[in-house]
Each structure stands twice: as structure tokens, then as C-alpha cells.
Write a protein that binds this ligand. Structure first.
Ligand code: AMP
Ligand code: GLY
Length: 426
């Protein structure tokens, strides 16, 4: 089978790496890919949001399956466009991807289907929103309704902070039209957990659990990012508890959507807060997490390609997936300044010695090649240094020993990925 992956991050690198291991694969393209992905796939330089060019390419190359990594093309309706032309594609339709495309829509669906989530109000009018945050109890979390690359969420401890956040989002437009509407919700406390499942609209196959680290700096300080590191499995929940959470937050959403004619095909990812009174959904994403995928997929024993293909055809014949007992951790090496402004084009040193290693893979995110053939930085998140181990401690030590040996100007990473989990395991 000829496969086209869409995207260019660490998530797409691990997905391509996993798909490349499938005996069913005949040829792999990743558009646009990055310098690391180019080592295992052909990378036509088509941007992930150029739907007409992707469609032309898939037709011309007679692609058997297109797999979409990031949310933007899904929310823009790439699946509907491909299906109209009779092309198989993995991911939810535009209408179903609205679960990620609009936080207000997601909250309303959760309320309708009885899925636990923080109390909330939705506002399109800035004055009404400001009036509300002055009157309501603090702290609150203010979220731009639309896509903002994981950065559209502001935690506000006081009403002054909340008013300032509303001004930035709704008046100054820091997230452009994604901030025309906002969700204001109660702040929750607890450990966060990423719960992912693959669904064909009816059947559900849960994936292994993971925990992301969203803040830029150690001890969860600094601004929210796309994610600075993840590990799998998450020791804060037993297998039984995980199954219960899937029943509470994934199944009712897939079923509820199906009843409304919004068959959910693809990966459904619930960001969950494990509070003292049970799991609450913070958000839904309509795709694999990044960097959760880098921590989850290396643990997958089963071939991923047939599962993706079955979902694209609308009928999962598999009931479950097989997993390695090992733990996996993925640590993001980012450009200085990320998630704000950063410079690009720095040479990455020390990466070569980690090629072709067992249980130690460096997934590329924002990388390119310079004219002398060296890897250089070309994005905010640059590499996801990933290791498997007999347990989390083993994986952790291996990954940190590797990331310590990789350098580029201004590069930084969190030193506490998996830290709380290691404490719990001790
Ligand atoms: P989201 O994009 O909605 O997942 O939000 C990004 C991050 O903001 C989450 O991973 C949490 O760390 C934090 N967050 C979102 N909603 C809440 C909430 N209601 N209470 C506390 N933290 C939250
Ligand atoms: N790691 C968070 C996300 O993929 O949205």
C-alpha cells in the first residue's frame, strides 16, 4: 500500500517511523515532512494546509491511504475533500473535528452527553465576558474557542488577570479569529492524563496512556506550549481505572456524536484532569498528541497501518492492540524563546551518534538540512529524544543521558519530564 502522511512534526516522524515498519507498506510519502522524516520517507514539499495540492498529489501517485497528523487540515475539512474523490483517508470529518476546532462546541457536546467537565460559560461579547469574570469566583481558565496551537488557554488567579486575558484575546486579537469567542471555566486541580483511542465511529480501541508536560519550564512554570515531553504508561492510573475513564469520556462522546450523524473516525484524544472527585475532560483533540505519540507508538507491538486503513474504510475488524511492557519517554529539545519568538538555522551537534540505536530514537520536529548537509533548527520544538526501558526509570535515564549530548545554540529542555511519576513509582 502507498501511504501519504500529512504533517511535519515529531508526531508525524514517529507515525511515519511506525508505518515504515509495516509489511503492507510499499511506499511512504510525508508532506511536507522534515529533515529527519526525509531519512525514512519521500517528502514532497506540499504544506499540510494546501488541501488542493495534497489532493492532486494523492490522485497522481495513486495513494492507497492518506494519514493526517495535525489538527488544522482536519478542522479545514481535508477528510471530506478526499472522500468526495473516493480516496481513503484516516481522520475525522470536518464536522466531527469541530470537537477540537471549537472548545465551545466540545463543552456543549460534553454537557449533552453527560461527560464530566469543568463548569463553564461561553461568550462572544467582550463586555459580557468581563462582567462575568468580575462577578464570578476565581480562579478561572479562559480559552480561545478556536485553534491556537495549544497556546490559547490562560489560567487566571484574579479578576484583574481575567479581564486582561479577555482584552488580549477578544480585543487585541492575539489568537486572531480563534478568539472571537471564549470559554470561561472553573480551574481544576489534579494530575493530567492523556487518554487516546482509535474509533471507526462505532468500535473503540483504547491506546496506552501517557502524560504530557505542557508548561515550558521545570515544575510546571512558564507559558503553555504544545508539549515539552511525555511518557507512557502513566502510573497514576491502573489498567482498570483507565478502562473506566475510557467508558466515562471516550465512549459516550463517540456514541453521542454517532447519534447526531457525526460518525467519529480517527483518533479521539481526551485531555483529562484526575481530580479528587474523579476524571474531568479539559479538552478533546481530533488527532494523536504531540509529544504523546512519540511516547506511545514506540510501545505498540501491533502493526499500525492495517488499523488506520480499517478506520479509513469505516470498519475496524481488530478488537485490540498489543503493547510492549516497556516504558517510553520522549523529551523535547526546543529553541530558546519557544513558545514565543525564537531564531532558526542553528547547527545541531551530537545527533549523529544516536542513529541506528536500539530503543533510543530521535524524532525530528523543527529540523532542516543546511547546504553542507548538517541538521539545523527550523522550528520551536526541534527534537523529541525518545527512549524505551524496562521501566520508566530506565527509559528516563537513557533519554536524559542522550539529550545531554545534543546541543544547539539557545536550545533548552525540561529536566523533570516524568519526575512526579518516578516519585509515585518509588
Ligand atoms: P487545553 O488546551 O484546553 O487542554 O488546555 C491546555 C492546558 O491548560 C491543559 O493541559 C491544562 O494544563 C490547562 N487547563 C485547561 N483547562 C483547565 C482547567 N479547567 N483547570 C486547570 N487547568 C486547565
Ligand atoms: N500534547 C498536547 C497536544 O498534542 O495537544
Amino acid at each position: 500500500m502507498k501511504v501519504l502522511m500529512v504533517g511535519s512534526g515529531g508526531r508525524e516522524h514517529v507515525m511515519a517511523w511506525k508505518i515504515a515498519q509495516s509489511p503492507l507498506l510499499t511506499k511512504l510519502f510525508v508532506a511536507p515532512g522534515n529533515a529527519g522524516i526525509a531519512q525514512i520517507a519521500e517528502c514532497p514539499s506540499i504544506p499540510a494546509d494546501d488541501l488542493p495540492a495534497l489532493l492532486d498529489f494523492a490522485k497522481k501517485e495513486k495513494i492507497g491511504l492518506t494519514v493526517v497528523g495535525p489538527e488544522a487540515p482536519l478542522v479545514a475539512g481535508i477528510v471530506d475533500e478526499f472522500q468526495k474523490e473516493g480516496l481513503a483517508i484516516f481522520g475525522p470529518s470536518k464536522a466531527a473535528a469541530l470537537l477540537e476546532g471549537s472548545k465551545a462546541f466540545a463543552k456543549d457536546q460534553m454537557t449533552k452527553f453527560g461527560i464530566p467537565t469543568a463548569e463553564y460559560e461561553v461568550f462572544s461579547n467582550i463586555n459580557e465576558a468581563k462582567h462575568y469574570v468580575i462577578e464570578t469566583e476565581m480562579p478561572v481558565v479562559i480559552k480561545a474557542d478556536g485553534l491556537a496551537q495549544g497556546k490559547g488557554v490562560m489560567i487566571c488567579e484574579s479578576s484583574q488577570e481575567a479581564v486582561a486575558a479577555l482584552t488580549r484575546i477578544m480585543a487585541e486579537g492575539i489568537f486572531a479569529h480563534a478568539g472571537n469567542k471564549v470559554v470561561v471555566e472553573k480551574k481544576l486541580e489534579g494530575e493530567e492524563l492523556s487518554v487516546l483511542a482509535i474509533s471507526d465511529g462505532e468500535k473503540i480501541i483504547p491506546l496506552a496512556t501517557a502524560q504530557d508536560h505542557k508548561r515550558a519550564y521545570d515544575h510546571d512554570r512558564g507559558p503553555n506550549t504544545g508539549g515539552m515531553g511525555a511518557y507512557s504508561p502513566c502510573p497514576f492510573v491502573s489498567d482498570e481505572k483507565t478502562a473506566e475513564i475510557v467508558d466515562r469520556v471516550i465512549r459516550p462522546m463517540v456514541r453521542g456524536m454517532a447519534r447526531e450523524g457525526l460518525s467519529y473516525r480517527g483518533v479521539l484524544y481526551a485531555g483529562v484532569m484526575l481530580t479528587k472527585t474523579g476524571p474531568y475532560v479539559l479538552e478533546y483533540n481530533c488527532r494523536f498528541g504531540d509529544p504523546e505519540a512519540q511516547a506511545i507508538l514506540p510501545r505498540l507491538k501491533s502493526d499500525l497501518l492495517p488499523v488506520l486503513s480499517q478506520v479509513a474504510e469505516g470498519s475496524l475488524s481488530q478488537e485490540s492492540l498489543e503493547w510492549h511492557e516497556k516504558a517510553c519517554i520522549s523529551i523535547v529539545l526546543a529553541s530558546g524563546g519557544y513558545p514565543g519568538f525564537y531564531h532558526k538555522g542553528y547547527v545541531i551537534h551530537g545527533i549523529e551518534k544516536f542513529q541506528d540505536q536500539q530503543e533510543m530514537v530521535i524524532f525530528h520536529a523543527g529540523t532542516a538540512l543546511n547546504t553542507s548537509g548538517h541538521f539545523i533548527t527550523s522550528g520551536g520544538r526541534v527534537l523529541a529524544v525518545t527512549a524505551l526501558g524496562e521501566n520508566l526509570k530506565g527509559a528516563h535515564d537513557k533519554a536524559y543521558s542522550a539529550i545531554n549530548q545534543i546541543h544547539f545554540e539557545g536550545g533548552f529542555y525540561r529536566r523533570d519530564i516524568g519526575g512526579r511519576a518516578l516519585e509515585v513509582l518509588r
